[in-house]
Design a protein around this ligand. Structure first.
Ligand SMILES: [Zn+2]
Length: 127
């Protein structure tokens, strides 16, 4: 099987250019570290990297403020996936479901969220 190792340049550019705006809307203190590289996730010592890029379009570590996006993602999926991962960073305790999807919809429409209350965050959040 052949896997794309690097994202299409215009997809990466689109995703990276969306970071500051989403960071602001989610009221995060810092712009998340974004990578398209499984190897980089492994080097960072982050867990749950083994299936990245195969099973997942994206992954977020809310405690580390890190987002992984699959390099194989297409432009259509990229915005939704990035928004999804930002919801994980902003709402680290929120599970997938109706409420989660509703928050994605609000963020996609450009709604501004309030800052997260200071609280211990879970180690990781799955896609
Ligand atoms: Zn998720």
């Amino acid at each position: 099987m052949k896997y794309r190792i690097k994202p299409k340049p215009y997809v990466e550019a689109m995703v990276r250019s969306a970071l500051p705006g989403l960071t602001k809307l989610c009221a995060l203190e810092r712009i998340p570290f974004l990578t398209f590289s499984k190897q980089q996730i492994k080097r960072l010592g982050l867990k749950r990297y083994s299936n990245l890029g195969n099973r997942y379009r994206g992954f977020a570590w809310s405690d580390k403020n890190v987002i992984y996006i699959s390099p194989r993602i297409d432009a259509e999926q990229a915005r939704k996936t990035l928004t999804h991962e930002f919801i994980h960073l902003r709402f680290p305790y929120l599970s997938h479901g109706k409420n989660f999807e509703e928050k994605i919809g609000r963020l996609l429409k450009g709604e501004q969220f309030k800052p997260r209350k200071q609280r211990a965050t879970p180690e990781r959040v799955a896609l």
